[in-house]
Design a protein around this ligand. Structure first.
Ligand code: SAM
Length: 482
């Protein structure tokens, strides 16, 4: 029996805490169990790590009992994410007692934030490896095999893992992530990412095209270009984004920005549906909007986190735009791409947030009427400017009440947006069986809405089919294949 099935996981997001299991090499004798928490970048990083370890003699397994190495890819974005990992580690005590030779490693943002300290706090951890140090895993594993604990949390100026072909873990064979930037330079005062993932750097566009080509050859039909702030993508031959201004004119003139990258990908792969995430309003350009409008294979969905509808709070958060500027971008998006879906991230109860600031957030939501969103109560993160300079003075119950109001409003808007599809035909990329019934397919339309429809016996995952929508909830569309 797989003991892992008995371990409680107190998180419910679809991908959180999934173990990853895919490609095997016959000659490999060792097994690694990789469990991932957090954002899509973390999921993609686990695939990169699986690829590095595959060459080191490790196949992935989803049975923790048979693993020689257990890796937890961690998230630090909110306190709860770190608590989840701490709770999870408690359950490994028994595993370590029964099989002391199993090595346990922490990778990702929490590893980077806590560094060696985690070895003192969590005695069962043998290995700590930050997001820019995965190439060093073979050396770190050698140290483990020699009986030492191993740590590498160096951040890099260049690392993009461009040449590593990720092993597609738990893949549906239809949709895959492709990282295009790493790190973040924005220094939003609430956010730990610049400290855990380092400064921003972009990946060579040729290696991105190569990865998409390879995915296409393997039968994938959709890619999501990933970065903390994809709109800030800028390739000028390698190196940090912040050093771009120091480059000679001839280098600057040949640089590739995000709109150009998107155009290259959409032109070269007309039968691949292209998504991207996450956009930042300060960098989201009219050129990107025009590129989206020009290519039917770029999905009509923009995730454009705003965090707050109050100018005062946006300034305190070090978000470099006003509410008016954000609204102007929303208007431009809707003008060029009328049937676009727009989604948000919001933070309730940031430092000093008043009822008026909160009301401004609700008002902005009414203005945009987002299709969906990800909403959070503010969680102070150690090391950020928010933690150092601002008081976390909104009581927890007020944060949670405001969060509830934001979620309720979003649900109203989500339902409204979904109702607009009723009676219409949409194009659906089939991803697999519906969770509730294997007589139904689950797929997504261009706007990223989940669509469920009855199988007719003539379609398979990866097919693009037309479905007429006849019903919906605030999160799902239902219809019949035409
Ligand atoms: N790079 C994107 C941006 O800045 O818009 C998203 C980064 S983050 C991985 C995803 C979301 O987590 C953020 O958009 C924000 O809403 C939320 N978040 C980040 N730090 C937070 C914190 N300290 N407390 C609560 N939510 C937070």
């Amino acid at each position: 029996m797989n003991r892992d099935n008995n371990i409680p996981k107190n998180i419910d997001e679809k991908q959180q805490g999934t173990s990853l299991n895919f490609k095997k090499e016959k000659k490999n004798t060792k097994k690694v169990f990789i469990e991932s928490y957090g954002c899509q970048m973390n999921m993609n990083d686990s695939e990169i790590v699986a690829s590095i370890l595959l060459k080191q003699g490790y196949n992935t397994t989803d049975n923790i009992d048979e693993a020689d190495l257990v890796l937890i890819n961690t998230c630090s974005i909110r306190e709860k994410a770190e608590k989840t990992v701490r709770n999870r580690l408690k359950h490994f005590n028994k595993l370590k007692k029964d099989k002391p030779q199993t090595k346990i490693g922490l990778m990702g943002c929490m590893a980077e934030r806590l560094k060696e300290k985690i070895l003192e706090e969590e005695k069962l951890v043998d290995l700590v490896v930050g997001p820019d140090a995965y190439r060093d895993l073979p050396n770190l594993i050698n140290e483990l095999e020699d009986g030492r604990k191993a740590v590498n949390v160096l951040l890099s100026k260049e690392e993009t893992y461009a040449d590593i072909e990720p092993v597609r873990l738990n893949s549906n064979g239809v949709s895959a992530f492709v990282s295009i930037t790493r790190g973040c330079d924005n220094m939003c005062t609430f956010c730990v990412v610049p400290f855990t993932r380092g400064r921003e750097r972009s990946r060579n566009p040729e290696s991105i095209m190569e990865e998409i080509r390879d995915l296409q050859n393997k039968g994938f039909k959709e890619v999501t270009l990933l970065g903390q702030n994809v709109d800030s993508y800028l390739w000028y031959g390698g190196g940090l984004k912040k050093d771009f201004d120091k480059q000679p004119e001839e280098v600057k003139n040949k640089a590739v920005d995000f709109a150009q990258l998107l155009d290259m990908a959409a032109t070269e792969f007309p039968s691949i549906r292209i998504r991207f995430s996450t956009s930042n309003p300060q960098d989201f350009s009219l050129e990107v909007i025009k590129t989206m409008a020009k290519h039917p294979n770029i999905a009509k969905h923009i995730h454009l986190p705003v965090q707050s509808g109050s100018d005062r709070i946006l300034q305190l958060m070090n978000r470099k735009h006003t509410v008016e500027e954000y609204k102007t971008k929303i208007d431009a998006i809707r003008k060029y791409i009328p049937d676009v879906a727009i989604s948000q991230d919001m933070i309730a109860g940031f430092s000093t947030e008043t009822e008026e600031d909160h009301q401004a957030t609700l008002d902005l939501m009414d203005y945009v009427q987002y299709d969906f969103g990800f909403m959070f109560a503010y969680s102070v993160r150690p090391g950020t400017l928010g933690a150092k300079k601002l008081e976390d003075d909104v009581p927890q119950e007020v944060k949670l009440r405001r969060l509830r109001e934001i979620i309720d409003k979003q649900q109203e808007h989500s339902l409204y947006r979904m109702q607009q599809f009723i009676g219409k035909e949409v194009e659906v990329l089939i991803e697999g069986n519906s969770k509730k019934s294997d007589k139904h397919w689950m797929g997504r339309n261009s706007q990223n809405a989940v669509v469920i429809f009855e199988k007719t016996g003539t379609e398979t995952p990866g097919d693009l089919v037309r479905v007429k929508i006849d019903d919906c909830t605030s999160a799902t569309l239902f219809g019949k294949r035409i």
